[in-house]
Design a protein around this ligand. Structure first.
Ligand code: HGY
Ligand code: MN
Ligand code: MN
Length: 421
């Protein structure tokens, strides 16, 4: 019987229950923080692997720590549509960023498996190991390894405890020398789909539960070191100081002003640390990060140049010194038109107006785009809040996201690639 004759819906309850269970796995006793290659990453992979197996998937962990469940198609061994998102989180995160995409994909496979439905291609559900880049200040580590674009120099990056990524991989049970084995060939993958919370207010303002993503923003991340002169807080006159924190503070406000002046550009100083950090010592050294995004790659590069120039000007005026390192740089990436069309049709088939919108957040799809077509389905989130414990979605909207994904999968037509199967 043609699998299309089945009509059924996913109700979202199981997705929401699993969101809660996954959110229990945190490095902190309160709130949610789950970084790459931690014990909590291991526990999350194990929990998700169990749900994948219960949904009829063969499960494996790849060479960089992604967890992957494969639901065979008919015929077995066919190329796969990859569906998923990331399992790592930011610090003090919301429960839905990343997790929603992985758990929605598992529920779609479960719905097919429960009915004995096999599609003319395989489905591979993937929980990427590190999208946020919190631990080693570089993002998309899992998806870049899958795309074969992993930058091995990141293996030397150290976390806040001074542990290198390579060492952390060994402790996790992975061999950095084998990272290349995570890479997939273009002909193995028919496309990549991701369900993700919008992390913005547009769908809520439009009273829509879901939307079709048009582009995924790029980002440039900087690590700035300001070197001043540590000194006695009581004996050094203000006119003779070279205060690294006051210098950094002027830079932070200047970066904010530059972004406001550029328009359609955002800049964020998310991390700042002060040394030696004593109440009665003039700060001698400050490290801070900058995250720069813009509507176009050109605007982002212009903002980057302006930040460099302004920071160096302030540092020079204050007789300090500085270094600026680019820790991450990715261009804006467009989603594949045929997949956007398929998502639009799926949204309409579920009774909603198809709205297209860009993503101001980065996503693994921008790494996967180097080996395959990409499509993203956004799900409304309350007040557009994200990267915050107050991140919320409704059970009903989770269900709409799942049924839209299911429709895209069941109607997936990859004209040129399906011929590989
Ligand atoms: O930073 C981002 O845009 C994403 O949440 N990693
Ligand atoms: Mn995020
Ligand atoms: Mn995310």
């Amino acid at each position: 019987m043609d699998h299309m004759t089945h009509t059924f819906q996913i109700d979202g309850a199981e997705i929401m229950a699993r969101i809660e269970a996954l959110a229990e796995i945190s490095e902190t006793p309160t709130g949610l923080t789950r970084r790459y290659l931690t014990e909590e990453h291991r526990r999350a992979n194990n929990l998700v692997a169990g749900w994948m197996r219960d949904s009829g998937m063969q499960v494996r962990e790849d060479a960089v720590g992604n967890i992957i469940g494969r639901y065979e198609g008919n015929p077995p061994g066919a190329s796969a549509v990859m569906v998923g998102s990331h399992l790592d989180t930011v610090v003090s995160a919301g429960k839905y960023d990343g997790a929603l995409g992985v758990l929605t994909a598992i529920s779609c496979v479960q719905a097919l498996c429960d009915r004995g439905i096999r599609l003319p291609f395989a489905i591979e559900v993937i929980g990427f190991a590190d999208e946020e880049g919190v631990r080693f200040s570089s993002t998309f580590l899992g998806s870049r390894a899958v795309a074969g674009t992993f930058d091995r120099s990141i293996l030397d990056r150290r976390d806040a405890e001074g542990i290198s990524m390579a060492e952390a991989m060994h402790r996790f049970g992975l061999d950095p020398e084998l990272i290349g084995e995570a890479a997939r060939r273009r002909d193995e993958v028919l496309g990549y789909l991701e369900v993700h919370i919008e992390q913005g207010p547009v769908l809520e303002n439009e009273s829509l539960p879901v939307g079709t993503v048009t582009t995924i923003t790029g980002a440039c991340r900087l690590e700035v070191i300001i070197e001043g002169i540590a000194g006695h807080a009581g004996t050094v006159p203000m006119s003779l100081r070279c205060d690294a924190l006051a210098t950094a503070g002027e830079c932070v406000l200047a970066i904010e002003a530059l972004a406001k002046g550029f328009g359609q550009t955002v800049a964020t100083v998310g991390q700042l640390s002060v040394e030696p950090g004593a109440i009665n010592v003039i700060p001698g050294r400050v490290r801070f990060t900058v995250d720069i995004r813009a509507a176009t790659d050109e605007a982002r590069n212009q903002m980057l140049a302006a930040v460099h120039e302004r920071v160096e000007e302030i540092v020079h005026q204050r007789r300090a010194a500085s270094t600026i390192e680019v820790s991450h740089d990715a261009n804006n990436v467009a989603c594949t038109p045929s997949l956007m069309e398929a998502i639009d049709r799926a949204i309409e088939a579920n009774g909603w107006r198809a709205l297209r919108l860009p993503s101001g957040a980065g996503h693994d799809g921008s790494a996967m785009a180097s080996i395959t077509d990409i499509g993203m389905i956004f799900v409304r989130c309350k007040d557009g809040v994200s990267h915050n414990p107050d991140e919320r979605i409704t059970h009903e909207d989770a269900a709409v996201g799942a049924n839209v994904l299911l429709h895209v999968l069941r109607h997936f037509k990859d004209h040129n690639a399906l011929s590989h199967t």
